[in-house]
Write a protein that binds this ligand. Structure first.
Ligand code: DLL
Length: 433
């Protein structure tokens, strides 16, 4: 019989047993950070809490959060729970301001994360017969290397292409018969457009089967667009450097939410303002705890990412909880004329409109003016102005319905806006407010 699960004992573990396992691991990790990390000990003391107070999972909500700021206390080694010599790799993640977050991995941490990735790739249907072109950035960013190790562990042939040089990317795909790609969704849209423009036929000239897309938020409409353009199955992959990089959450073939590997992460969703758990099914901030990390365990990390739990059992049979595709970070939200807007809302409208190409940009300027620049398909520039005006009106109206603000929409030719090879910068705020 065909093996459906990479690690059935864990992936199908009944929830009660999964929770028991989590409690045991949490008790260990809480003891470890209390004993080994002065900053955590101080935080525990401030709340008057001790590791022994963790008797049930319910008790865990009384333990302190870790925020981004905590990562900068006694920077860069302050949160290490083991001597530095145990660490074998450093990854960083550049925040919006100043110093990058520094995350250290021991050998054990590297292979633990690789196993989670191998499990996730297997879940998507990948096997050692696949060829994965890894077009995330190699280097301090976790995106490429962490995926690389996981794919190798599964026996996949990796093409460590890195991002950019799209002509070469396509040549690699053609020459070596790439079956899977790993990149950001914004870059995938760009690559797909170039493939189309070259007149290459997906399925014939390019033999892609799956695209693992993550590292930034994207909408269901974008997924569909990429799936149609490249004739692939797109799997959403979520992660963050603080939790080891990609592979924290991953879609299964049901493609309805991302499973979080709960044997490796304890997951909560809280109200971003109060820090209290949200009501069942409500959107809130994802809070994650590493259960297996040795060198730099992090408890109750406030990711700033907004999502909600999906509680229904998954048709794939896995018992690990699913989250809705992350909406973006609370920080990604911007306010125009008093309305809270996420870039993903705009993307979702644009990518659902026929005629819209792959790239767009949101510019905020003057006194709360919002301009949406949209690249549209080349065949619209055939001199028929009324067609262009109609499309512009349609986009404006659809956006107004979705976000309650009427933006100024500017249509531009494909290739006008800066292409994204990694995480796209969608919003440019030049307001003088
Ligand atoms: O982006 C890790 C990663 C690499 C994930 C490759 C997936 C694939 P950071 O640079 O630390 O790490 O950025 C993490 O990016 O908190 C989210 O806000 C956002 N993000 C990552 N994946 C997704 C996704 C990597 N699938 C931050 N959907 C996270 C929405 C995502 N947002």
């Amino acid at each position: 019989m065909e093996k459906k699960y990479y690690n059935p004992e864990i992936e199908l573990l009944p929830r009660e047993e999964l929770k028991n396992l989590q409690l045991k691991k949490l008790q260990k990790i809480v003891r470890k950070v209390y004993n080994k990390v002065p900053h955590y000990r101080k935080k525990f003391k401030e709340l008057g809490i001790k590791p022994e107070d963790l008797k049930s999972l319910e008790d865990f909500k009384n333990f302190p959060f870790t925020t981004k700021d905590d990562l900068f206390v006694d920077y860069p080694f302050g949160l290490l729970a083991e001597p530095l010599e145990k660490a074998v790799r450093l990854h960083t993640s550049s925040g919006t301001t100043g110093k990058p977050k520094a995350i250290f991995f021991s050998k054990k941490d590297i292979w633990a994360q690789a196993k989670l990735i191998a499990r996730a790739l297997f879940m998507s249907g990948a096997t050692s017969q696949d060829i994965l072109q890894n077009s995330m950035t190699y280097g301090l960013f976790t995106g490429a290397l962490v995926m690389h190790y996981g794919a190798e562990l599964l026996g996949i042939l990796i093409i460590p292409a890195g991002p950019g040089n799209t002509e070469r990317q396509i040549e690699l795909m053609k020459t070596f018969g790439t079956t899977c790609i790993h990149m950001t969704p914004s870059y995938a849209l760009y690559v797909a457009t170039l493939i189309q423009e070259k007149g290459l036929k997906p399925g014939k000239d390019i033999k892609l089967k799956r695209a693992y897309l993550g590292a930034e938020p994207y909408s269901e409409e974008t997924r569909k667009k990429i799936e149609e353009m490249l004739k692939v199955d797109v799997f959403n992959c979520y992660g963050l450097s603080e939790m080891g990089g990609p592979g924290v959450g991953f879609e299964c073939p049901a493609k309805r939410g991302l499973h979080i590997w709960e044997d490796a992460f304890y997951v909560e969703i809280v109200n971003p303002d109060t820090g209290e758990p949200v009501k069942e099914g409500e959107i809130g901030e994802l809070v994650l705890t590493t259960l297996d990390r040795t060198t730099m365990p992090i408890i109750r990390y406030r990711t700033r990412d907004l999502t909600r739990f999906i509680y229904e059992p998954c048709p794939c049979g896995r018992t690990h909880i699913r989250i809705e595709r992350p909406l973006g970070r609370a920080d990604d939200m911007f306010i125009v004329r008093g309305v809270n807007i996420f870039p993903q809302q705009i993307e979702s409208v644009l990518m659902g409109i026929k005629g819209v190409a792959q790239n767009y940009q949101i510019i905020l300027e003057g006194y709360d003016e919002m301009i949406v620049k949209v690249e549209i398909n080349r065949d619209f520039f055939d001199g028929r102005i009324e067609r262009l005006l109609k499309l512009r009106d349609e986009i404006t109206e659809e956006l107004r319905k979705a976000i309650q603000v009427r933006p100024k929409v500017e249509l531009v030719e494909p290739g006008t806006l800066p292409p994204s090879e990694g995480k796209a910068k969608r919003v440019i705020d030049r307001r003088t407010l």
